[in-house]
Design a protein around this ligand. Structure first.
Ligand SMILES: [Zn+2]
Length: 224
């Protein structure tokens, strides 16, 4: 992505964690909520994960993991369709409704077969409460309960997190923003994400908000 300032000479060490967000079949081409070209980032994510492991860093996967009756699904609202605008009063669901996706124990919820799971230190699941969505890898959308990611990162003394995966303007974005609020130095690996841009302009807004939040951007040439 152009017009972003990329950091240079980043040296990964044991205080760094790569957060790979939701690289699951339903978010990839052929899935129920596919992110265009999402499959094109898998190989580079694997290589980046390898680099983290080699340098003493950690690798965490997040996994969207919904019950069938999850209220983010349009199918659970009478007369609503995927993509319809919908915002619950407490901010727990919305701003749009989604097709059924990442239902627990289905093929769609599994990680893509090419993602190297053996490089990961931890899997954090989210979105299990049917009444609340969890875009962020850290916490539910209503900010009332956490996923365990922060506890895990604290337990291994992580100071910097590097966010990649799907989708840029939802789960990656919210994970990065919460990362700052929870006191981490946050890097967004923008080339290792793809966005959905729903509603239109959403990617641009997400990038602007992250710039204003002092999130740093990195790509593969950023690393030593
Ligand atoms: Zn979801």
């Amino acid at each position: 992505m152009k017009n972003l300032n990329y950091e240079k000479n980043i040296k990964i060490d044991e205080k760094d964690a790569l957060i790979i967000v939701d690289m699951q079949n339903d978010f990839l081409p052929g899935g129920s909520l596919p992110v265009e070209d999402g499959d094109l980032i898998i190989e580079e994510i694997n290589m980046t994960a390898k680099k983290f492991k080699k340098s003493g860093g950690f690798v965490v996967l997040t996994q969207d993991w919904h019950p069938k009756n999850h209220l983010s699904f349009a199918s659970n609202h009478q007369g609503r369709n995927p993509g319809d605008e919908f915002m619950s009063e407490d901010g727990a669901i919305g701003p749009v409704l989604w097709p059924d996706h990442c239902v627990q124990n289905t093929k769609g919820a599994e990680f893509h077969k090419n993602l190297k799971l053996d490089l990961s230190d931890k899997i954090i699941q989210k979105g299990m409460n049917p009444n609340v969505d969890s875009y962020s890898g850290f916490q539910d959308n209503d900010k009332k309960s956490e996923t365990g990611l922060r506890d895990y990162l604290e337990s291994i003394n992580i100071k910097r997190i590097f966010v990649c995966g799907l989708a840029l303007d939802y789960c990656c974005y919210y994970t990065a923003m919460d990362g700052v609020d929870f006191g981490y130095e946050v890097y967004f690996l923008v080339d290792l994400t793809r966005g959905i841009d729903v509603p239109e302009g959403n990617i641009k807004n997400a990038l602007e908000n992250m710039i204003n939040k002092d999130i740093k951007f990195a790509n593969k040439v950023s690393f030593k």
